[in-house]
Design a protein around this ligand. Structure first.
Ligand code: GAL
Length: 393
């Protein structure tokens, strides 16, 4: 009988769970070990009250350090009762009742990165437990995995999730160490491409055995992988640091890049107490619609014009998003004559010759129409800031 159910025998990933990049919030960047049921409930409330849900954010993801340090006698993971006294099922119900989805974290190794029990050897048990709680998203880390083959280990969990029967977005988090873009699309919906992000524009924080990376460092850590990303399999540039201490310009640039790069948009700040500028950035619907464009093409860098980078994202209906990014701390004056530019996508079949084709311009961050590509753009861009246009025909 089983021979006629190849899905059950060989497993597969749940199809079509992320036709556009997943959007949500994750506890790690701000809260680390200090997580609780109350925090998650308050985040869910803020999603509804402060417009995040309306803007498209959906997943609330509990990262590492949610369980007890040991499994119970039956081998099950146990939510730490001091942090989650009502248990995960009730918490998932709370989140679901608000029209949102809930995510959790585990690790392919013997222990998580924070030294809690990992899923190695317990994949099926853990997947069933997560399904019984109503979990919708699993971030699956890569600590304490000596001797494991990444593709196999992630496939084991993929199959366990599938067999458990509840659709779960599966986030691969091996920091790009095992080239997940080559195999991730059949395994999960997104894969991290770098070590952990840090809340700074271009810094590197050296911890000795590992490093954390500023926004621009994450953007540049890999080359030639945009061709692997697309609907249902995304390059994940990590949880965002918008609202975690950078300037407003830097926050805007960080968010713009994550949208242009078709990354998952997972907020990593305390959304309960975010200031108005941060909320405005994170919920800008015009910018988000660039990220959520259903063609799912990741932007590429077209050119450097002195310190200004020009990023370009082909979109559906022959639209484009074009971002001018000032890498310097000081303001720059930009003069850009569209008609002198022919742009062609290095990986996909998209081309535009602005001397032959004219587009209307919409300035995404001012929310205003901005003439056409028949005019020369003359603008001042503040330090570490962006000027972003949506081009339509
Ligand atoms: C890292 C991961 C982080 C966070 C942390 C938890 O490996 O990249 O995003 O999940 O583990 O310990």
């Amino acid at each position: 009988m089983l021979f006629f159910l190849p899905g059950l025998i060989f497993g597969q990933k749940f199809p079509d769970l992320a036709p556009t990049p997943p959007m949500g919030w994750n506890s790690w960047n701000t809260f680390k070990i200090n997580i609780s049921e109350n925090l998650i409930k308050e985040i869910a409330d803020a999603f509804v009250k402060d417009g995040y849900k309306d803007a498209g954010y959906k997943y609330i993801i509990i990262d590492d350090c949610w369980s007890l340090k040991q499994r119970d006698e039956a081998g099950n993971l146990v939510p730490d009762p001091a942090k989650f006294p009502g248990g995960m099922k009730a918490l998932a119900d709370y989140v679901h009742t608000r029209g949102l989805k809930i995510g959790i974290y585990s690790c392919a190794g013997t222990r998580t990165c924070g030294d809690y029990p990992g899923s190695k050897g317990f994949e099926s048990l853990d997947a069933k437990l997560f399904a019984s709680w109503g979990i919708d998203y699993l971030k699956y880390d890569w600590c304490n995995t000596t001797g494991l083959d990444a593709e196999k280990a992630y496939t084991t969990m993929r199959d366990a999730l599938f067999a458990a029967g509840r659709p779960v977005v599966f986030g691969i988090c091996d920091w790009g160490d095992n080239q997940p873009w080559l195999w991730g699309k059949k395994t999960g919906q997104l894969w991290r491409i770098s070590g952990d992000i840090a809340p700074c524009f271009d810094c590197v924080i050296d911890h000795g055995s590992y490093k954390d990376w500023g926004v621009m460092k994450v953007v540049y850590v890999r080359k030639d992988i945009r061709k692997y990303a697309g609907p249902d399999g995304w390059n994940d540039f990590d949880m965002m640091e918008v609202g975690n201490g950078m300037t407003v310009s830097e926050n805007r640039t960080h968010f713009t890049l994550w949208c242009m790069l078709a990354s998952a948009l997972i907020m990593g700040n305390d959304v309960r107490s975010a200031d108005p500028a941060t909320v405005g950035i994170l919920t800008n619907k015009d910018m988000i619609s660039v990220n959520q464009d259903t063609l799912g093409i990741q932007a590429f860098k077209y050119k450097d014009i002195d310190s200004t980078e020009v990023w370009v994202k082909p979109m559906k209906n022959k639209e484009w998003a074009v971002c001018f990014l000032n890498r310097k701390k000081e303001p720059v004056s930009l003069e850009f004559n569209w008609t002198e530019h022919k742009i062609s996508d290095p990986d996909f079949d998209f081309k535009v010759d602005f001397s032959k084709e004219k587009f209307r311009l919409f300035n995404i961050w001012t929310g205003k129409k901005a003439g056409t590509t028949g005019n020369v753009v003359k603008a001042q861009i503040a330090g570490h800031d962006v000027l972003v246009f949506r081009l339509s025909n």
